[in-house]
Design a protein around this ligand. Structure first.
Ligand code: ADP
Ligand code: MG
Ligand code: MG
Length: 250
């Protein structure tokens, strides 16, 4: 699904990713952990195609295709979803209407007709029931006055509706409370399938109490320096990141 080879990337001439390798197969959930400033959000932004970052070396392959030259929107149409892509408040545009537009724009870009209204409603009903989202929420203005938990709910609902092949959730928000963590985790657990892959970025082990990742990677100083299973996350929780630094320097 996603293959990242020897990725080097800079922002404003400062090298941030320094030879990063990562392989994610369909059906897998990967967690990326690491200290502040390691390059986690940079990695997410680069895979999604944000333009302020410059890839100086290496490749990003999505299902075997080099996506480096594709704009963020084209990557989205190929099934790459990055959380917080639409954090804007849009007064007067409801959660539902926003989703309808997003879905139909994607379909248009893929050369498909608009989704018939009946199918759209069915899909909205199915996904909102799956995620325990109530009707009132769906008719609220997008992001307006949303609490942290509601923003997460909206994000996970977007992910459910878009049915991405590769979902990247960058949990940067230090203010995530337990409810918000549960919303994210519950969403990921319900939406994962053998055909999609999820990358969850976090520096909090506690998110991984609810999501069981197949692999855990440590991103440190622009590289993935260690990979393991969920036990690695527990070890990090207990011991912090310093021992990794020592291991690298040994
Ligand atoms: P993490 O998500 O692991 O905390 P980031 O990817 O956000 O780390 O940041 C890695 C480094 O890159 C930091 O030193 C940060 O200041 C720098 N950086 C990231 N994005 C930008 C940007 N748009 N402009 C300037 N510096 C940036
Ligand atoms: Mg970050
Ligand atoms: Mg390249």
């Amino acid at each position: 699904m996603l293959e990242i080879k020897d990725l080097h990337a800079s922002v404003e001439d400062k090298e941030i990713l320094k030879g990063l390798n990562l392989n994610v197969k369909a059906g897998e959930v990967h967690a990326i952990m690491g200290p502040n400033g390691a390059g986690k959000s940079t990695l997410a932004s680069i895979v999604a195609g944000k333009e302020e970052y410059e890839v100086t070396e290496g490749n990003i392959l999505l299902n075997g295709e080099d996506i480096e030259e594709l704009a963020a929107e084209e990557r989205a149409h190929k099934g790459v979803f990055l959380s917080f892509q639409y954090p804007v408040e849009i007064p007067g545009v409801t959660v539902t209407n926003f989703m309808k537009t997003a879905i139909n724009e994607t379909r248009k870009a893929q050369g498909l007709e608009e989704m018939p209204a009946k199918d759209m409603l069915k899909k909205i009903r199915e996904k909102s029931e799956l995620l325990d989202i109530d009707r009132k929420f769906l008719s609220r203005s997008l992001n307006q006055g949303f609490s942290g938990g509601e923003k997460k709910r909206n994000e996970i609902f977007q992910m459910a509706m878009m049915e991405p092949k590769l979902a990247i959730l960058d949990e940067t928000d230090s203010g995530l409370d337990i409810d918000a963590l549960r919303i994210v985790a519950n969403g990921v657990n319900k939406l994962k399938s053998k055909d999609n892959a999820v990358i969850v970025i976090t520096h909090y082990q506690r998110l991984l109490d609810y999501i069981v990742p197949d692999y855990v990677h440590v991103l440190y100083d622009g590289k993935i320096v260690k990979s393991g299973t969920k036990e690695l996350a527990l070890e990090l929780e207990e011991k912090g990141y310093d021992w990794i630094k020592e291991e690298i320097n040994a």
